[in-house]
Design a protein around this ligand. Structure first.
Ligand SMILES: [Zn+2]
Ligand SMILES: [Zn+2]
Length: 141
């Protein structure tokens, strides 16, 4: 496919995905396609999400948040903060500080996401109460 065809195809394709927290205080739009999400089984994601954390990394510029003042940010490591609704606690954002992308929780999206889980990561840290049997690639870290 030529570069021109790609540009034309992109312009005719309208991508907009929306989501919210459980109580609705925080909602968001994503103006880009959603890249294949990863499922992270690391201890921090397990604690933050209550299970494992599936998220899609999108360009920061593609994300519009309404009710952003209701998002509480927790600095879970030197380079990452996690955003959740201060009212209902929904896990929403995985924010690698200073990078040009941000992770958005798959569970927060409403309607079809038009994407599929791509890979499991930090599988070495996963809980012992479930198996990963979907045939997707698994990274130990
Ligand atoms: Zn909420
Ligand atoms: Zn993780």
């Amino acid at each position: 496919m030529s570069a021109l065809a790609r540009v034309t195809g992109h312009e005719t394709e309208h991508t907009m995905h929306s989501g919210s927290c459980l109580c609705g205080a925080v909602s968001f739009d994503v103006s880009s396609e959603l890249p294949g999400p990863d499922a992270c089984h690391c201890l921090q994601c397990r604690k933050h999400s209550g299970h494992y954390f599936a998220s899609t990394d999108i360009p920061r510029a593609a994300l519009t948040v309404r009710g952003a003042e209701r998002v509480t940010w927790f600095r879970s490591s030197e380079k990452v903060q996690r955003g959740f609704c201060a009212t209902c606690g929904s896990s929403l954002f995985w924010d690698p500080i200073g990078r040009d992308f941000i992770g958005v929780a798959m569970g927060a999206f409403d309607g079809p996401t038009d994407t599929r889980l791509r890979i499991h990561i930090f599988v070495a840290s996963k809980g012992d109460y479930y198996d990963i049997a979907d045939g997707l690639p698994q990274n130990q870290r």
